[in-house]
Ligand binder design. Sequence first.
Ligand SMILES: C[S@@+](CC[C@H](N)C(=O)[O-])C[C@H]1O[C@@H](n2cnc3c(N)ncnc32)[C@H](O)[C@@H]1O
Length: 464
Amino acid sequence: MLNKDKVRLVWDGKTNNIQPAAEGIKHQTIEFVNPCQASSYDSIFDLWIQKPDPARREEPNGRIFRADNLQLMNYLINNGYRESFDLIYIDPPYLSSSAYNSTVKIKDTVSDTSDYISRPVFLDHGSEGREEYLDHIYPRLKKMKELLSAKGSLFVHLDWHISHYVKILLDEIFSPYNFINEIVWCYGGGSGTKRHFHRKHDMILWYGKGKEYIFHPQYRPYTAGTLERGLTRVKGDKYQLHQEGALMQDWWTDINKILSPTAAENLKFPTQKPEALLKRIILAASDQGSLVADFYAGSGTMASVSQELGRQWIICDESSIAIQTSLERLIKQGGRPFRIEEINDDVQPPQRQQNYLKIDFSVQVVNENSTLLLLVIEDYEPQESNLTALNEKWNFKNLIDFWEVDLNYDGNIFHSDVQVLRNKKVYDDSIPLSIKLQVPKINEYRIAVKVYDIFGVSTLQVLK
Ligand SMILES: C[S@@+](CC[C@H](N)C(=O)[O-])C[C@H]1O[C@@H](n2cnc3c(N)ncnc32)[C@H](O)[C@@H]1O
């Protein structure tokens, strides 16, 4: 429907000219990941590299982009993705006047002491940055509309700081007639102020591209009172209780924030959203096999739930800590392969490819067909700019977040065949630094090992 509504939000500098894709933007695939987590010190994997397994090169189910999301959306529009997404969920900055960090605890097992390293993830401006915020979000919301399919929906997750301004922008872009719901997500948690009521809800604004948007009703359990009375006594025989429960309203009180530091879901990523929240949105507004996106991915909640629910997905974040958190989360989850890509306008190599990693590599013959490879990481040196943050007593093992192996490196794109993660997220010396891999006997192995450190830096070493 044509948006005949003339009500507009105006601010200095608002422009309707949407920047086209900048010149010189480069797209690069950094990594193919086939989740296969090594579970213990001497796991023996039966991975065959002579004939690359077609499964590991199969079309990935998902794409993680490290990029500014406007550049990515321009790239997608120019590369066949216009009107392709059935669902876009975004959880952008809220104008909350906060610097968000992800803190890791480094444990020294010798002296049994702990240190904390705070890694900046993103900066959210305060109310003085309102115009800048609107300048940021306005062109991006327009691009999202272009990317949505005819049955597609956009969910914009915000709170009291700026949601009312964004609502008016969304009315302008989508038309007020395509506004479907303002979902109010209520949660608990403490707050000390006695100056006003505690602010304990977020708003999720839902717009359809048109009237034919996908919607699968969601249900909640009946209250104890309803179950006890039964509907019939109140409303008469015509009404029955449904097996699925009661139809869900637009206010959700049954999903709490991830508050406990020990919750299994907690990835120590600031602003991380619960999987149950995303699950409800994805189940309601997309189909099996739908393509969905989150252009402010953070810890990758959208990708993780989409992977679980059989959706194809694209996520994007400009922070390397966010990308790394998402990557590790998806490896741990297992499931279909996915890709990591970059869109950027600088020519920096995506990762360090020098001798900052020292690896011992040996080959043992098992029989005439196969050999056993033993890989041991012996040393790792973090990037120079992070050395100042380092405490001399930390061992290099404290700094490695996780590492990956490509059994047949093609010299171009890293294929992550095996991944070694920490059992628990404790940055001490307990990360496994060696694995054995059983592979077919060939003359030359071109193996590459990639280490991700706690600063979000990856380093690649090729072994021959
Ligand atoms: C509120 S967090 C998202 C949290 C996420 N929903 C989760 O469950 O973990 C917002 C994210 O947007 C990212 N971000 C902010 N501006 C961006 C931009 N222009 N392009 C890409 N990512 C951006 C930040 O780095 C941050 O990780």
